[in-house]
Ligand binder design. Structure first.
Ligand code: MSP
Length: 501
């Protein structure tokens, strides 16, 4: 089965911050997990480079938009590598192949009769690249997101007949209750549709930085139309000489809640207008907050993800943000929270369990995992199935909770059994065998499942256990016999200095 997962493409008007790393890590966790299940995965991320957000930022900096895009796109690419994302392609909307395909699809929408000439009059936020209704303004004529004064615009544009898709969209929602999740976002998008859809501008007359409208080169295609199409165009040129569209389309999108309307309303309508299948699903996550505020460049409260990873490591970041904030909701993160979970959960619970288990296998069984029947540990039984189920529902936090319950169960188990005491008497040899086997198997099972979240850590531990296989079909606790030779393992989460209070 194919599994095509995407992130939003990020604006290159500024440097990346942790909010941007968030969706990419989420998509990577899903991609890695699905590969472990043997799915044929394609994972796409990239940068959104056209339109006013980038053109205006470049102007403020006194550079050309392409120069700014080249520089910042590179930073997003660095981030993707640094967070250890296994994306199969990195799209840039300035790629000539993307631009050509955008023109092809927009021409199709035009030829199918959904484009007309008209005049736009109203407010437009260049930072959002969004046309604002009166209900979306605050303090008279300010953008509710960026709090900047908006000018009333009047432009002759090409329009996309979004209103023609009112009924098809309502039907799409009625037929597919899981199409947009969580449910609250499904309801939000549906009620937006039910309020009645207005036609939208498909082009911009005053802007030069974009893809020319194929039948009217005096205008460029509106940046959101250009950007949304990335999910579709990428498959046509990601592999030279090969078109992957039939193999992977339709996609599963992960997005933040601020761009719901574009993805859950405009995007499927565009695809219907072009005669292309709509996405399989859209999952909407919340915001990472700093001191209760959305982390954003305009509010000046961003965390630099590179700094966090320098300090705590990539795996810790990948773990922490999904453990601390329920994926789908908004939630606060903090340096103190990072330290707390690093020390109490990663170092003490998981790291310690690993090092003491390996040490006991070394000491009591010459480094060879004994063969035995696994101890009855409910939290471990059926764990891969439960984790898969949660991840099928894009419940990244729920899946992690399942895994962590198992880690805690293993810790209680070793604490209750006290093998170091039993080892003093040869008569307990069988029991020791069972304990050590259960610990090795429990650690193997949780680590195979954790590897989607913390790939390097899990890999190191599985190597030390002599069980490097990541396949989910053998991840069940007790699925492997004893006999593996264990190796050395340096501390997985060395103690870090906590910041002075
Ligand atoms: N370029 C558009 C997306 C086009 S997709 C066809 C865009 N870019 S963005 O860089 O501004 O934001 C990209 C994503 O990052 C959004 O989904 C947004 O929600 C997410 N985040 C930005 N800040 C965030 C947080 N503080 N927390 C979580 N995600 C946030 O919009």
């Amino acid at each position: 089965m194919s599994y095509y997962v995407t992130t939003p493409i990020y604006y290159v008007n500024a440097e990346p911050h942790l909010g941007h790393a968030y969706t990419t890590i989420a998509a990577d966790i899903l991609a890695r997990h699905m590969r472990q299940r043997g799915e044929d995965v394609f994972f796409l991320t990239g940068t959104d480079e056209h339109g006013e957000p980038v053109a205006q930022a470049a102007e403020r900096l006194g550079v050309g938009p392409r120069e700014l895009a080249d520089k910042n796109s590179e930073r997003f690419r660095d981030l993707v590598q640094r967070i250890n994302a296994t994306n199969d392609f990195f799209i840039r909307t300035s790629d000539p192949e993307h631009e050509a395909k955008v023109q092809e699809v927009v021409q199709k929408i035009h030829d199918n009769g959904y484009v007309f000439e008209g005049t736009y009059e109203g407010y437009y936020c260049p930072r959002c690249a969004d046309f604002k209704t009166d209900a979306e303004l605050v303090d008279g004529n300010k953008c509710a997101i960026h709090l900047i004064e908006l000018e009333r615009e009047k432009e002759d544009n090409w329009f996309f007949q979004l209103s023609a898709f009112q009924e098809p969209l309502e039907k799409l929602y009625a037929d597919n209750p899981q199409w947009v999740t969580p449910e609250s976002r499904y309801n939000e998008a549906l009620s937006f549709i039910k309020q009645g859809l207005n036609d939208i501008s498909l082009s911009r007359a005053r802007l030069r930085w974009g893809v020319p409208v194929p039948w009217d080169e005096s205008q460029v295609i509106y940046v959101w139309i250009d950007a949304l199409l990335n999910y579709y165009t990428a498959l046509s040129y990601a592999r030279p000489g090969e078109d992957l569209t039939d193999r992977y389309w339709p996609a599963r999108h992960l997005i933040g809640k601020d761009i719901l309307k574009f993805h859950a309303v405009i995007w499927p309508a565009m695809l219907m207008a072009a005669g292309i299948e709509v996405p399989k699903s859209i999952f909407i996550h919340g915001y990472l907050l700093m001191d209760e505020h959305k982390m954003s460049k305009s509010l000046g409260n961003v965390i630099d993800p590179f700094e966090v990873m320098d300090r705590f490591g990539t795996d810790t970041l990948r773990y922490y943000i999904f453990r601390e904030v329920r994926f789908g909701n908004d939630g606060s993160i903090s340096a103190a929270g990072f330290e707390e979970r690093y020390n109490s959960e990663l170092a003490n619970e998981y790291g310690n369990l690993a090092s003491r288990s390996l040490a006991m296998i070394g000491r009591y069984r010459d480094g060879v995992v004994p063969d035995a029947t696994p101890a009855e540990l409910d939290e471990l039984r059926g764990l891969p199935g439960r984790v898969s189920e949660r991840l099928d529902a894009v419940d990244l936090t729920g899946a992690l909770e399942e895994i962590w319950e198992a880690v805690r169960r293993l810790n209680r188990y070793v604490q209750d059994e006290e093998p170091w005491k039993l080892a003093k008497d040869e008569a307990n040899a069988q029991r020791i065998d069972q304990i050590l086997y259960s610990l090795a198997e429990g650690l193997r099972s949780v680590s195979v499942l954790l590897s989607a979240y913390m790939p390097d850590t899990a890999d190191r531990l599985l190597q030390a256990l002599g069980q490097p296989d990541l396949g989910l079909d053998s991840a069940e606790y007790g699925a492997r016999p004893g006999g593996a030779q264990v190796g050395d393992l340096a501390p997985l989460f060395p103690r870090i200095e906590t910041a002075a209070a």
